[in-house]
Design a protein around this ligand. Structure first.
Ligand code: GRG
Length: 363
């Protein structure tokens, strides 16, 4: 019997009935996609574009028909209505353009195969205008700098076929990301900032898109990332913090790109993600909490990267799509667009990270 948690009103599955709740998640994603009036949706309205990306991508990964199951024509119309004359996209109609939502918009259009509907040169000009002389990128005209925006910019240029054009400086962009590497092998938001798994994803993703993974200290970073696994099986984003389902994506995608997924205990992470499902649909940050679309998308993506669905022998998941760890898009989209992210092979000799890392003895 599912348990009812009075504090959060969330129904959790017992260990004995633990399974992936496909139909419930599909209904949850459809409900959230139509919702513009609940409290949760009102407070998230400034980032609706990213919400649309999480929901649409999750449904594509589950092998659903986007036209009928997600009303993708309406979604494309919404995305187009958020574009500005300067080429950038806002997080919602009437909201200012920003790098984050420009990437989400392009990712949705890429999934729906509708990139031809926009003026690509305008978008390229907008993103290029946000690059600084040190290679970093601002998020918008107000000037915040963060490696998130480096990743967004490189993915946008790549989706628009402009990665190797001279409209921006790719070498400088790579140099800036490389400068954000810390003594522990991780990366932060700017040079010298604390290593954080979300920022590490952005830096590894950017370097993978640029074909510049030689900047990474692969074993040191692989060790730091695998150290993020907590007793619960879930992963945290930095030392001494709580595990959160979204790090299943931020960390596993990096380990996948670096060929080191086997360095974590996959079964206990699968257990953590499945326990974070609400039996009415949706996945939360950790077991017992309220579900949301962000964690639902990253929970499903984590299970895909862990190969959970290919373990099933009766092929009930055969229509599911793999997710590309660099682009965070279905692999079929990455192939259709002929994108070629760099990934590293698994090491030939199995390595079990030791705690503490012996290389710290040298410091
Ligand atoms: C296309 C997948 C994709 C991403 C686009 C926006 C972006 C690029 C990346 C965001 C990377 C990032 C910084 C993720 C972290 C998100 C998160 C859960 C932040 C919470 O930070 P804290 O400090 O949480 O509140 P902790 O877990 O450290 O306590």
């Amino acid at each position: 019997m599912a348990q009812f948690n009075i504090a959060g009103g969330v129904k959790q599955l017992e260990d004995s009935e633990l399974r992936f709740l496909e139909e419930e998640h599909v209904k949850y994603i459809q409900k959230v996609s139509q919702d513009t009036t609940s409290f949760e949706m009102v407070v998230m309205q400034h980032m609706r574009m990213s919400g649309v990306y999480w929901g649409t991508t999750a449904m594509a990964l589950l092998g659903r028909n986007l036209k009928s199951d997600m009303k993708s024509d309406d979604i494309v119309e919404f995305v187009l209505s958020c574009q500005y004359d300067n080429g950038g996209f806002g997080g919602n109609v009437g909201h200012d353009p920003h790098m984050l939502y420009t990437l989400s918009a392009l990712q949705v259009l890429a999934i729906c195969d509708k990139l031809d509907l926009i003026d690509k040169e305008k978008v390229i000009e907008y993103v290029a205008s946000l690059q600084n002389v040190d290679g970093s990128f601002n998020g918008d005209i107000w000037g915040e700098i963060d490696t998130r925006f480096s990743y967004c910019a490189l993915q946008i240029f790549s989706l628009l076929g402009a990665l190797h054009s001279n409209c921006f400086n790719l070498d400088k962009a790579v140099e800036f990301v490389a400068k954000c590497r810390n003594f522990d092998g991780g990366y932060g938001a700017v040079p010298g900032a604390e290593s954080h798994a979300g920022q590490i994803f952005c830096c590894i993703g950017a370097l993978s898109i640029a074909g510049a993974l030689h900047h990474v200290d692969v074993d040191l970073l692989g060790w730091w990332l695998s150290e993020r696994q907590c007793d619960s099986g879930g992963l945290n984003g930095r030392p001494e913090k709580q595990a959160d389902v979204c790090y299943s994506w931020w960390i596993l995608s990096c380990l996948k790109i670096l060929g080191r997924v086997k360095w974590i205990d996959e079964d206990s992470l699968i257990h953590f993600i499945l326990k974070a499902q609400d039996s009415d649909g949706g996945i939360s940050d950790r077991p017992g909490n309220m579900a949301d679309i962000f964690h639902t998308f990253f929970g499903i993506s984590g299970l895909l990267l862990l190969g959970y669905f290919s373990r099933d022998e009766d092929e009930k998941y055969s229509r599911y799509e793999d997710i590309d760890p660099t682009y965070a898009l279905p692999v079929s989209v990455v192939k259709r667009m002929n994108l070629q992210p760099q990934v590293l092979n698994e090491p030939e000799i199995a390595f079990t990270p030791i705690v503490p890392n012996p290389r710290f003895a040298e410091l």
